[in-house]
Design a protein around this ligand. Structure first.
Ligand SMILES: *[C@@H]1O[C@H](CO)[C@@H](O)[C@H](O)[C@H]1NC(C)=O
Ligand SMILES: *[C@@H]1O[C@H](CO)[C@@H](O)[C@H](O)[C@H]1NC(C)=O
Length: 362
């Protein structure tokens, strides 16, 4: 029951966030964090109820979209992910709810996709990858959004505090917003307003290896750990040393496939149910607007399997790169598999034995 309630909270926060954000949030980057130097945001409507007596500002946490600047991809790596145009010259468009009479979009797990579906997705992503950087719908611009919002490339409005979408309750709504618009852009490129992104169901035994489709163009990506290619079973509790450590490295569980699947299921139960009995444990800490409003307390799913799968997929070839591309915030979204994360995708996170993808959403 608890998991269902949390699912509901998540669903509501997603809608709230999508409603409150303007389309141009998609132009923005992300925040960094201590554990991975990669993967941090806020629930605007909840902030309206925040006490005005605290140090943080009362109000909605929003990026100042004209404040885009060079940011730190890692403590030692400056990156510039800003859009090419002058943001002051861009008109912002307020989000509108879709027409309720439109058909539902149903996101499906990768192991249940048919050839036609994969062909559609392939066509959409190929067109997206062919668009120039000046087009905000292009693949590189979409990927840069994660970089912008995870490295603090935007300040908050009326503040010099960077906006970060990881390690707080902003994690779910921001990522869901990214995917919401990304999915509509893909659908728009192929003229299909029912197009829905698939997701990699790494939390069920059928999905615990990298899905076959991500091993082929245009979904394949070179900067990955080859030793984790199929039939390697994903380790949802994959651990690495802190990104800042000189002898950076990750550790293989050494478990055989059956034991790894079992351990993963136990891990999922802990992160979804046993270890997430209060809202903040699951969602992350309340991140509020302004100086003093930030917090550092990722929810259970953000820590694992979200962070751990990022690291597990990223390349191990050059320890200096700290697991690029998937293993580091600023580069993660360059890999198409980034857009397949189940904890960000599912319309609701119900109990583990349900099939939430059957529900659809608009
Ligand atoms: C962007 O546009 C604003 C207003 O139009 C102008 O004041 C500013 O100098 C421009 N910035 C750059 C970098 O061109
Ligand atoms: C946004 O940033 C620009 C440039 O850094 C600054 O001039 C402007 O006052 C900021 N706006 C808000 C609402 O904070």
């Amino acid at each position: 029951m608890e998991a269902k309630k949390l699912g509901l909270v998540l669903g509501i926060s997603t809608i709230v966030a999508a409603f409150t954000m303007v389309l141009h949030l998609l132009e923005a980057p992300q925040v960094q964090h201590a554990l991975l130097g990669e993967f941090n945001f806020i629930i605007p409507a909840m902030l309206k109820g925040a006490s005005s007596s605290g140090k943080y500002q009362l109000g909605v946490l929003l990026p100042n979209l004209t404040s885009c600047h060079e940011s730190m991809g890692r403590s030692d790596l400056p990156v510039y992910c800003c859009p090419p145009m002058n943001q002051s010259d861009v008109a912002f468009i307020d989000f509108q709810f879709p027409d309720p009479s439109l058909p539902l979009r149903v996101r499906r797990p990768t192991h249940l996709l048919d050839e036609n579906y994969i062909a559609k997705y392939k066509k959409a992503i190929t067109i997206m990858k062919s668009l120039p950087d000046t087009d905000p719908r292009s693949y590189s611009r979409q990927a840069n959004l994660h970089c912008l919002f995870c490295t603090g490339a935007y300040y908050q409005q009326h503040s010099n505090s960077p906006l970060n979408i990881h390690r707080s309750w902003l994690f779910f709504p921001w990522h869901r917003m990214l995917i919401y618009f990304h999915e509509r852009i893909l659908g728009g490129l192929i003229g299909d307003d029912t197009f829905a992104l698939p997701f990699w169901p790494w939390d069920i035994p059928e999905g615990m290896v990298i899905p076959e489709m991500y091993m082929k163009a245009p979904f394949f990506h070179e900067a990955r750990d080859i030793s984790h290619f199929p039939p390697s079973v994903v380790d949802l509790d994959y651990s690495c040393t802190a990104s800042s450590s000189d002898d950076y490295g990750c550790f293989e569980s050494g478990l055989g496939p059956e034991d790894q699947v079992y351990t993963n299921l136990v891990m999922m139960y802990n992160q979804m149910v046993a270890g997430a009995k209060k809202m903040e444990l699951f969602m992350g800490c309340p991140y509020k607007a302004g100086e003093g409003g930030s917090c550092n307390g990722p929810g259970t799913l953000e820590l694992a399997p979200h962070n751990t799968v990022h690291k597990w997929v990223g390349s191990n070839l050059n320890p200096g790169s700290r697991g690029r591309d998937m293993g580091v915030f600023y580069s993660a979204a360059r890999d198409p598999i980034f857009l397949s994360a189940p904890c960000q995708y599912r319309p609701s996170l119900g109990s583990l034995d349900e099939a939430p993808w059957e529900q659809g959403y608009q």
